[in-house]
Design a protein around this ligand. Structure first.
Ligand SMILES: Cc1cc2nc3c(=O)[nH]c(=O)nc-3n(C[C@H](O)[C@H](O)[C@H](O)COP(=O)(O)OP(=O)(O)OC[C@H]3O[C@@H](n4cnc5c(N)ncnc54)[C@H](O)[C@@H]3O)c2cc1C
Length: 238
């Protein structure tokens, strides 16, 4: 069965904005009654866990490594792109979108890439707020370099260890929420399957890699942030 990516309707550049404008919101007082499972603690899962917990949801976070900090994201080196146009060299959301689709051999989901390009500027601000030590120029402003053959300088970097520094930022934000009791961390747990109830993901089956026990974990929603899709090949029929 083909994957249904459930991209919203409408013109490409409005799809996610319109969807977010109309999505049902949760009353702040009710967020503490909702459990969210997040599988993966890389840059995607780590920051999602920290953000959802900060918003008030109860998060259960899973990774198969012994520490969230060992996700593959740590290997990224060159930097992270954002259409801030700090250099005044003609960059824009559209140009970042176009370069990313082209760089992905035209195989990416275009609406999702457009959203990524839109939020790229906020992501840099969030990382700076988390304490990520991006390279700066002599005036103290965030530096940029041109990366991946593009015609503009839009890559924010931390020496050759951008992924490591970003992951430390996400990990710190996660740990703050673990300390507050809003994230329960399940390291050394491998998700084996997703539990689907009436077409909705309501939990996971995981193996405790220390004891070998198979465990059930339930939630109101499940986020898969397991990195490269190859990691989730058992789920390819959903
Ligand atoms: C060498 C290298 C250099 C790179 N350089 C750059 C760069 O310069 N700029 C750039 O933008 N991108 C770069 N990338 C790509 C980028 O780093 C990745 O796309 C991104 O970090 C992936 O983040 P993620 O959170 O999706 O996944 P990951 O960091 O891979 O995290 C996956 C998480 O899922 C967990 N997980 C997976 N399967 C299961 C399971 N079954 N049960 C429980 N947990 C599970 C893992 O434990 C881990 O915590 C680079 C990648 C590599 C490898």
């Amino acid at each position: 069965m083909a994957l249904n990516s459930r991209i919203p309707e409408g013109p490409l550049k409005d799809k996610w904005t319109t969807y977010k404008d109309k999505i049902n919101l949760v009353n702040p007082a009710n967020k503490r009654l909702i459990d969210v499972i997040i599988v993966g603690t890389g840059l995607a899962g780590g920051s999602a866990a920290a953000t959802l917990a900060e918003l008030g949801y109860n998060v259960k976070s899973f990774c198969f490594q012994d520490s969230p900090r060992r996700a593959h994201s740590i290997a990224a080196q060159g930097g992270i792109n954002a259409a801030k146009n700090y250099q005044g060299d003609g960059d824009s959301t559209y140009r970042l979108f176009y370069d990313t689709v082209k760089g992905g051999d035209y195989r990416s989901r275009e609406a999702n890439v457009y959203r990524l390009a839109e939020v790229s500027t906020n992501i840099i601000d969030q990382c700076v707020a988390q304490g990520v030590p991006f390279a700066r120029d002599y005036g103290g402003l965030l530096d940029n370099r041109s990366f991946g053959g593009v015609l503009v300088s839009r890559t924010f970097y931390a020496k050759g260890q951008t992924g490591q520094q970003l992951l430390l930022g996400a990990y710190s934000a996660m740990n703050r929420q673990i300390g507050r009791g809003k994230i329960k961390m399940y390291s050394r747990h491998e998700m084996l399957d997703v539990v689907i109830v009436d077409g909705k993901a309501r939990g996971i089956i995981a193996r405790n890699l220390v004891t070998g026990e198979i465990e059930r974990h339930s939630a109101h929603a499940v986020v898969l942030a397991t990195g490269g899709y190859g990691n989730a090949f058992y789920l390819s029929t959903y």
